[in-house]
Design a protein around this ligand. Structure first.
Ligand code: NDP
Length: 255
């Protein structure tokens, strides 16, 4: 699976699944625009990508996906001359019952996890049509399954799944593919950033052995490799797919 000469944008490349995705594309020869707000983290990921492939061409774009979509696309195309793959990975998580949460949480999650994907997709589409490229969105098992106290997040990811399928149809006649991955629990900073305490996280990880059919959580590499596959020329007949990378979590049903 080679991405030699291909240009890839990875949003949320400064941490977790996005960082592993940047590395997966770097190993396979892509030119990569690394997008995130934390510049120190972006630089650390740049070093990891260089360590994985010293020839990797990397462009750091410190940016907020909720406000900088145009700059992200333009800077990438100005620097690399084209765009082949857009990975919409940046995302946030927050918990709370409908009795407790406020509309600010809802707006914030929908803005980051969904609205930014709309904008980046719209702006990237003309470039992807030129290269016959494709899009991979990072959704979640929360897109296909429901969890208590997680309504804003689940709603945002369910919308990402439906958006993926709709845009796949919009762009199919242009031979631009659009897919998503739906990870189960993966060890990253996202849970701590959502405000989950260390104790609650440890308990969540213990329970994850039972909530995933394979009896374990996933790794960032397992998700990143699936993203790279969907973006590759080995997946040219796959579009509109939402692919679980979740150790069987979405297939399970409590008894
Ligand atoms: P992390 O918290 O480790 O990484 C999130 C990334 O998103 C960071 O690079 C962060 O960058 C970026 N980001 C968040 N908001 C913005 C913004 N406004 N502008 C630019 N970048 C932003 O989490 P994960 O790696 O776990 O999450 C990646 C994706 O995977 C998310 O969409 C998440 O919903 C999804 N996912 C994760 C699962 C898990 O268990 N970890 C399970 C299922 C799905 P910075 O802070 O530098 O801006």
């Amino acid at each position: 699976m080679s991405f030699n000469g291909k240009v890839v944008i990875v949003t949320g490349a400064s941490s977790g699944i996005g960082a592993a995705t940047a590395k997966a594309f770097a190993i396979r020869g892509a030119k990569i625009a690394l997008v995130g707000r934390n510049v120190d983290n972006l630089k650390a990921v740049e070093s990891d990508c260089k360590a994985a492939n010293s020839n990797a061409e990397l462009l750091l774009i410190p940016a907020d996906v909720t406000v900088d979509a145009e700059r992200i696309i333009n800077k990438t195309v100005d620097e690399f001359g084209q765009l082949d793959v857009l990975v919409n990975n940046a995302g946030i998580l927050a918990y709370g019952s409908i009795l407790d949460i406020d509309v600010e949480q809802f707006d914030s999650l929908l803005n980051t996890n969904l609205r930014s994907i709309f904008l980046l997709t719209k702006l990237a589409a003309p470039h992807l049509i030129k290269t016959q490229g494709n899009i991979v969105n990072v959704s979640s098992v929360a897109g296909t399954r429901t969890f208590p106290n997680t309504s804003s997040y689940c709603t945002s990811k369910a919308a990402v799944d439906q958006f993926t399928r709709c845009i796949a149809l919009d762009l199919a006649s242009k031979n631009v593919r659009v897919n998503a991955v739906n990870p189960g629990v993966v060890v990253t900073d996202i849970h701590a950033r959502s405000g989950m305490t260390e104790e609650a996280y440890a308990d969540y990880m213990r329970r994850a052995k039972e909530t995933h059919a394979l009896g374990r959580v996933g790794t960032t590499k397992e998700v990143a490799d699936t993203i790279a596959f969907l973006a590759s020329d080995e997946a040219t007949f796959i579009t509109g797919a939402t692919v679980p990378v979740d150790g069987g979590k979405q297939a399970m049903c409590p008894r």
